[in-house]
Design a protein around this ligand. Structure first.
Ligand code: CP3
Length: 347
C-alpha cells in the first residue's frame, strides 16, 4: 500500500497519522557535543547567543545540517522568561543556572513584574522567524518552554537542586503563595508559547524536567491544575503539543490528563508499557537512554531497534532520547541513530 505523504513526518506522527519514516530529533541537539557549537561558545556566552537572533538561528540549524534530524528545536532556555519577571539569571561556569534573588515569600511573588513577551523576549521571537525562513516544509521548528513546576523550582531554589527543599517548603507551607506564583508562570509561559507559534513555531514542547521529584498525589494537587491551565491555553493555537518529564513512570497518567498531544517518556519506562498507561489516543516521544550513545555501536543499535520494536510501527511514535544529549556524546553515534531510525522504519 502506498501512503500519500504530505508535510513533515514529525507533525504527522504527533497527530498519529501514517508517516514515510519514524521522525527523530534529540532534546539538546544544539549544544556542546557539536564542535561547531563549541566554536561559537568560545566567543559568546549562552545568554549572548540567545540575545542575537542571527547567532541563535545559526546554532538552531547546526544539528539539522549535520544530523539529518526531522525537526529543529529553537535555541533558547526554559529560564529566559524569569528575567523580565525580575529575576537575576546567570549561567555560572560549571555551576549551571544561578538566580541571585530567588522567589521565597508572598512579597517576592507580588514584586514580580508583568511581562510583555513581544517586547521582553523579542530576540527569541525573531530567531523563530529567521529559522523558519531557512527550513523546508519537511523539517518543522519546535518551540518550547519550561512547565510551571520546573521553572518554579529554579526560581525558588535559585538554581539546580537535588531535593527541592525550598520549593516544597513553599508548596506545603504556603499553598496560596505557591498557587499564586504558579498562576503567574502559567500566564507568562502561555503568552510566550503563543507568541512563538504566532512567529512560526509549528509544534511546542513543554519541559517538566523535574516533575519526577513529586509523588502522584502531590503532582495532582500542586502541579496538575497549573499544567492543565497551560495546555488549555495552547490548544486553540492548533499546533501539536509535547509534554515531557523525567522519572515520570508513576506520573504518566496525571501528566497525560494535564495535556499534550504527545507524551515524552524517559528511558526508565519500556516504551510499549508506557504507551499502554498513556493510552492509544496519544502519541509518544522517546526514549533512548542518553548514555547509550557512549556504548559500542552494535550495542547502541540493538537498543535503538528495541525501542522501534516496542513502538511496533504504530502511528504516533517520535524517536528521541529519554532526556537531553550529554556534552561529551560522540557526534558520529548521534548521526548513526538518525540513520538507523530512518533505514529501519522506511515505509
Ligand atoms: O537544542 C536544544 O534542545 C535547544 C536548546 C535548549 C537549551 N536549554 C539550551 C541550553 C533547551 C531545550 C533547554 C531546556 C532546558 N534548560 C531545560 C529542560 C531540558 C532538560 O535538560 O531537562 C532545563 C532544565 C534547562 C535549564 C538549564 N540550562 C540548565 C540546568 C543548564 C546547565 C546545564 C548544562 O547543560 O550546562 C542550562 C544551560 C544550557 N541551556 C545549555 C544549553 C545548550 C548549556 C550551556 C552551554 O553552552 O554551556
Amino acid at each position: 500500500m502506498t501512503v500519500t505523504r504530505t508535510g513533515a513526518p514529525l507533525l504527522a506522527a504527533a497527530r498519529r497519522e501514517p508517516v514515510s519514516h519514524t521522525p527523530v530529533w534529540f532534546m539538546r541537539q544544539a549544544g556542546r557535543y557539536l564542535p561547531e557549537y563549541r566554536a561559537i561558545r568560545e566567543h559568546h556566552t549562552l545568554l549572548e547567543i540567545v540575545a542575537q537572533p542571527e547567532l541563535a538561528a545559526e546554532v538552531t540549524l547546526q544539528p539539522v545540517r549535520r544530523l539529518d534530524v526531522d525537526a529543529a528545536i529553537l535555541f533558547a532556555d526554559i529560564l529566559l522568561p524569569l528575567v523580565p519577571m525580575g529575576l537575576e539569571l546567570e549561567f555560572a561556569k560549571g555551576e549551571g543556572p544561578v538566580i541571585r534573588n530567588p522567589v521565597r515569600t508572598a512579597g517576592d511573588v507580588m514584586r514580580l513584574a508583568p511581562v510583555d513577551v513581544h517586547d521582553a523576549l523579542a530576540s527569541v521571537l525573531e530567531t523563530v522567524r529567521l529559522v523558519r525562513d531557512e527550513l523546508d516544509d519537511l523539517v518543522p521548528l519546535i518551540g518550547f518552554a519550561g512547565a510551571p513546576f520546573t521553572v518554579a523550582c529554579y526560581a525558588i531554589e535559585g538554581g539546580s537542586s537535588k531535593n527541592f527543599i525550598e520549593a516544597k517548603r513553599l508548596m506545603y507551607g504556603a499553598p496560596e503563595v505557591w498557587n499564586g506564583f504558579m498562576g503567574r508562570l502559567v500566564t507568562v509561559i502561555g503568552d510566550y508559547l503563543t507568541a512563538q507559534v504566532e512567529a512560526g513555531a509549528q509544534a511546542v514542547q513543554v519541559f517538566d524536567s523535574w516533575a519526577g521529584a513529586l509523588s502522584p498525589s502531590d503532582y495532582r494537587r500542586y502541579v496538575q491544575p497549573h499544567s492543565r491551565a497551560l495546555f488549555e491555553r495552547l490548544q486553540p493555537l492548533g499546533v501539536p503539543t509535547i509534554h515531557f518529564g523525567v522519572d515520570t513512570a508513576t506520573l504518566l497518567e496525571p501528566m497525560r490528563d494535564a495535556g499534550g498531544d504527545v507524551i515524552g517518556l524517559d528511558w526508565r519506562v519500556p516504551l510499549d508499557e508506557g504507551w499502554v498507561w498513556i493510552g492509544e489516543d496519544r502519541a509518544v516521544q522517546g526514549n533512548l537512554d542518553p548514555t547509550a550513545l557512549f556504548a559500542p555501536v552494535d550495542e547502541l543499535e540493538r537498543r535503538v531497534r528495541d525501542i522501534l520494536a516496542r513502538a511496533g510501527g504504530r502511528p504516533g511514535h517520535i524517536f528521541n532520547l529519554g532526556h537531553g544529549l550529554l556534552p561529551t556524546t560522540p557526534v558520529d553515534n548521534v548521526r548513526r541513530v538518525v540513520d538507523l531510525v530512518h533505514e529501519a522504519t522506511a515505509r
